[in-house]
Structure formats: C-alpha cells, structure tokens
Write a protein that binds this ligand. Structure first.
Ligand SMILES: O=C(CO)[C@H](O)[C@H](O)COP(=O)(O)O
Length: 161
C-alpha cells in the first residue's frame, strides 16, 4: 500500500513518527510536507497535494490511502475533500477509523495531532489502513451518489435544491 502523508506545523512531529511507523510495516510512504517547522505555514496545499496523489494513484489502479494531520484535523479534512474523488474522514476513535472504511470507503484519514496521544494516533491509523471496504450495497449506493453529485451537481432520482 502507498500512503501519502501531509500535515502542517501542528502535526509535523507526529507526522515523522507516523511515517516511520507505517514504513516499518512495509508500506511505501510519500511525504507531501512540510519539510521543516514553520509556525505560520498553511495546511491547504500540503493536504491537497497528498489528496491529489491518492486520487491519481487510485485512478491508475495503485493501492493508496492518505493521512493528513493538523491541530484538529478539521481544516485538513476540508482541504482533502476539495479534491475530486477524495473521501476524507475526520477520525477520532477506533470506531470512527473502522467505520470510515467500512461505511464510507474513505481514502484519506484526517487526525487532530493536538487531540490525541501518539500511541492513540498510531492505533487509529493502523485500524484505518487495515480495514477493508466490504462494499455493502447500501454504502456503495450512497458513495456513488456523492460521486455523482461531485461530477454532475445532481443525484438521479433525488431532489437537489
Ligand atoms: O488544525 C488546523 C486546521 O484545522 C491547524 O493545524 C490549526 O488551525 C493551526 O493552528 P495554529 O496556527 O494556531 O497553530
């Protein structure tokens, strides 16, 4: 699995720990920055670049997921979700980590570096990466509706106003 990682200053230290952890499990890690601490850096471009790389890889048939960090993870999730084809989930417990995959087929996990102990974050990421999307019809149907809205602005058979 290729794992694309991005953060901002708030998650930089944690990002290094997570990248080493994930690489030690045999995954290929691609870091989208930042490369050094700058308390005034801005998360959008880092997270959008990671999300674009996930979308590109998946479109090419490469098994890939993304991990984005920030202080809360909120802005990072929002940034990643601006990229077509990305389903970024803000994860804050083992249950939301597994549900993000099982129900949402999330391809990016957003985590708040200031909200958890390091061990907890590693566990959230492990659960997210290890959990498959079983493809249950009702979940696949809802995900397809999101994709349809993303590309057409409409959802066939549903009123959008
Ligand atoms: O979580 C974030 C966005 O959702 C950012 O990491 C957070 O807003 C950065 O805050 P500050 O500039 O005060 O360190």
């Amino acid at each position: 699995m290729r794992i694309h990682v991005a953060t901002d200053h708030a998650g930089l230290e944690l990002s290094a720990t997570v990248r080493a952890h994930v690489a030690a499990q045999g995954h290929e890690v691609v870091d989208h920055g930042p490369v050094e601490y700058d308390a005034l850096d801005d998360y959008p471009s880092f997270c959008i670049n990671a999300a674009r790389a996930v979308a590109r890889d998946q479109a090419a048939g490469v098994e890939a997921l993304g991990v984005v960090f920030g202080g809360s993870g909120n802005g990072e999730q929002i940034a990643a979700n601006k990229v077509q084809g990305i389903r970024a989930a803000l994860v804050w417990s083992e249950a939301t980590a597994s549900l993000a995959r099982e129900h949402n087929d999330a391809n990016v996990i957003a985590v708040g570096a200031r909200q958890h102990a390091v061990d907890e974050v590693l566990r959230l990421i492990d659960v997210f990466v290890a959990t498959p999307f079983p493809g249950e019809e009702r979940h696949a149907r809802r995900i397809a509706q999101l994709a349809e809205y993303e590309s057409t602005g409409a959802i066939a058979g549903h009123e959008i106003h």
